[in-house]
Design a protein around this ligand. Structure first.
Ligand code: SF4
Ligand code: SF4
Length: 512
């Protein structure tokens, strides 16, 4: 099910497409020939409308009401009706989350066999902890290589700097109880605010999320199946128990999505894209901190979380924010996977819960596979794989080797990716990647004709999904490893003025 490769099971997203791996990424068009739309041009506009309209007709015709219903998705009673599980499902031990394992010297000492097996099967010497120790500081910039210059490196490091200054960036590795996302409850107001209705409570929470910068917010009951258990304090090398160490018993999880810049992500896997990712993490910590403080101010206990505490993608599905895609990330209608997620655990439960929704996204993924094609490390399941890569257990290369799938959460019918390979590419790239986010057929700028196109996918028959996934790159979307996108990104600032096409600075900046 579920928003990331390394996020739930390992590094959840992004990567450089080194030139020697060009065959595994989409070919970079020559400068001046790139097809990504510099603006919502008339050509692109009419093509997209034609595609959306044509498919809508093929699917039986979409009236306004039908399109609207398709965009809203179909509500599903609860998570048990939304997903299929088998009896191997159990909460994931945080020590098996790839970024937790890779950043823990203790865990690497405890499991030398993981490093030995990976090195043997990949036919190269690789040590997760040693690799992680030099991450993002190993490769010197090269000012002749777009996306890997001093300018790109400085942008990347600046994006993460607020979290590093606040000693909270380890929440990206699932470290719990960090400075900004701390567990202290000493500031909970003694008087509890009473809402008039559960709906009022939900609307208040979502209004607060919106003003801080979240683009989606859903509320769902806490579900232990999606929590890491035991939790693991990487810095102190000790497990933590929900019952013994967490400050209260959570009843509700609030899930919020924040956007990543379209133009920066279009440069993936260059270092430039990491600026959007790092900034997304800053928003995760900021908004989760603010939401937790808001609830404590209302007299309820609350703790904010980034990647820590539980699986953000599963909770995002449960809270009705989107569906899990082939790349193991949450696909949010209207945003695609170009979001980051944060959560707030609280004991507040007088609130209207959201339901999971079906937009036909996972079904679409069965016929698409563009993310897997763009993955430079072969970490993602391909449509040619058994079952299309869809199953209760991992089915990727070497998954039949005993112990190799230690980082996978099994027992849920979903796409399983090999986050070890993804992480390995991050190390080679000296930065996260993001190709699977950028290449995703659902990753499009927020124009109304893209919404129409998305609505069409929910009603179009399966054979059209494959065709639609092929049209996406034909219309200039989703290319990765394209140095011209870096030049384009560094021009987006020219549009920073009062400008109705800015679209809230989440993907169309500079297109005046
Ligand atoms: S494209 Fe592959 S290597 Fe890059 S972030 Fe996605 S899964 Fe990882
Ligand atoms: S690129 Fe296609 S297969 Fe991959 S997650 Fe996006 S829609 Fe699904």
């Amino acid at each position: 099910m579920a928003n990331e490769t390394p996020e739930t099971n390992g590094p959840q997203e992004e990567g450089k497409a080194p030139e020697d791996q060009a065959g595994e990424t989409k070919a970079a068009p020559a400068k001046g020939q790139e097809s990504a739309p510099a603006d919502p041009s008339r050509r692109s506009f009419f093509k997209r409308v034609a595609m959306g309209g044509g498919i809508a007709l093929a699917g039986g015709g979409l009236g306004y009401a039908g399109a609207r219903a398709a965009i809203n998705g179909r509500a599903i009673d609860d998570m048990d009706a939304a997903i299929k599980t088998d009896d191997t499902l159990k909460p994931m031990d945080q020590r098996d989350v790839i970024l937790t394992f890779a950043t823990s010297k203790t865990l690497n000492k405890k499991h030398p066999e993981r490093n030995e097996q990976y090195s043997k099967l990949q036919d190269k010497k690789f040590h997760f902890y040693e690799a992680a120790s030099h991450f993002e500081h190993r490769v010197p910039w090269d000012n002749s290589k777009p996306g890997y210059t001093q300018l790109d490196k400085a942008l990347h490091h600046a994006a993460w700097n607020p979290l590093k200054s606040a000693e909270t960036w380890t929440m990206a590795h699932s470290q719990p109880n960090t400075r900004v996302l701390g567990w202290d409850q000493s500031d909970v107001e003694k008087e509890k605010y009473e809402f008039q209705s559960k709906r009022d409570a939900a609307w208040a929470i979502k209004s607060a999320a919106r003003v801080w910068g979240a683009v989606r917010c859903g509320i769902t009951p806490r579900d232990k199946r999606w929590d890491y258990d035991p939790l693991y304090d990487i810095e102190k090398s000790r497990t933590l128990s929900w019952e013994r160490d967490f400050p209260f018993e959570p009843k509700t999880v609030i899930v919020m999505a924040m956007p990543m810049d379209y133009d920066a992500m279009a440069t993936a896997p260059a270092w430039t894209a990491e600026a959007a990712i790092g900034h997304g993490y800053v928003l995760m910590a900021q908004i989760a901190n603010q939401m937790a403080k808001f609830l404590r101010g209302l007299g309820y206990q609350a703790v904010g979380a980034g990647n820590d505490l539980g699986m953000s993608v599963a909770y995002g599905v449960a809270a009705g924010l989107g569906e899990a895609g082939r790349h193991s990330q949450l696909i949010v209608p209207g945003m695609g996977p170009r979001v980051r997620l944060c959560k707030v655990y609280t004991d507040f439960e007088f609130v209207e819960y959201d339901k999971p929704h079906d937009w036909g996204i996972a079904k679409f993924c069965l016929s698409c596979g563009e993310c897997a094609k763009a993955c430079p490390s072969n970490a993602l399941p391909k449509i040619e794989d058994p079952g299309g890569g869809w199953g209760y257990q991992a089915q990727y290369e070497h998954s039949d080797q005993p112990g190799y799938t230690w980082n996978n959460h099994t027992g849920v019918l979903k796409f399983h990716s090999d986050a070890k390979k993804c992480f390995n590419f991050w190390i080679d790239n000296d930065s996260a990647c993001g190709n699977c986010v950028t290449a995703c057929t659902y990753n499009e700028p927020d124009y109304w004709h893209h919404w129409l196109s998305m609505a069409s996918t929910t009603v179009a028959p399966g054979f059209l999904h494959h065709l639609m996934s092929k049209m996406h790159p034909l219309f200039g979307y989703g290319a990765t490893g394209d140095p011209t996108k870096v030049d384009k990104f560094w021009e987006t600032g020219k549009g920073m003025r009062v400008n109705p096409s800015m679209k809230n600075n989440i993907g169309t900046a500079g297109r005046s």
